[in-house]
Design a protein around this ligand. Structure first.
Ligand code: AMP
Ligand code: ZN
Length: 137
């Protein structure tokens, strides 16, 4: 698999950096966002490095979309989410900060205070781990 040695998410995919993985298949890995916008916020990434929406292959894009749907279902069934936002940022102008394609799967709860774009802030590690346990297949 091609990997960009300078890419944070390639290192997570390769197991070289820690992450709380909640789903994986032959093309994708999903892990908890360390700055969760809401409880259960996860990121789906392709195993193969692609910088953004314009660079990712159609097959990997489809696989990421299917993985995002899996997580959305679990967020509803297991976390009690009332809705889900899928978000992809491609390009600095669109708020992208990590240049390995990813889909944010953001569970939404009736009345939650989230506004876009949110200001990233570190989440409570134990709380992220608890949500991850519920999300993990
Ligand atoms: P974006 O700004 O759309 O490129 O999203 C990048 C996301 O990656 C942000 O929500 C960050 O909180 C998240 N993030 C950055 N580093 C890590 C990491 N080591 N593990 C998990 N999520 C991360
Ligand atoms: Zn990468």
């Amino acid at each position: 698999m091609p990997a960009d040695p300078d890419c944070l998410f390639c290192k997570i995919v390769a197991g070289e950096l820690p992450a709380t993985i909640v789903d994986s298949d032959d093309r994708t890995v999903a892990f908890m966002d360390i700055n969760p916008a809401t409880r259960g916020h996860a990121l789906v990434v392709p195993r193969e490095h692609a910088a953004d929406l314009l660079a990712i292959s159609e097959d990997d894009l489809g696989a990421c979309a299917r993985a995002a749907q899996r997580l959305a279902r679990r967020a509803k069934d297991r976390l009690g989410a009332d809705g889900i936002n899928l978000l992809n940022s491609s390009g600095v102008a669109a708020w992208q900060t990590v240049f390995h394609f990813h889909i944010h799967v953001v569970p939404r709860y009736d009345g939650d205070p989230l506004e876009l774009p949110w200001t990233p802030a570190p989440g409570d590690e134990a709380e992220i781990a608890a949500a991850a346990q519920e999300l993990t297949a």
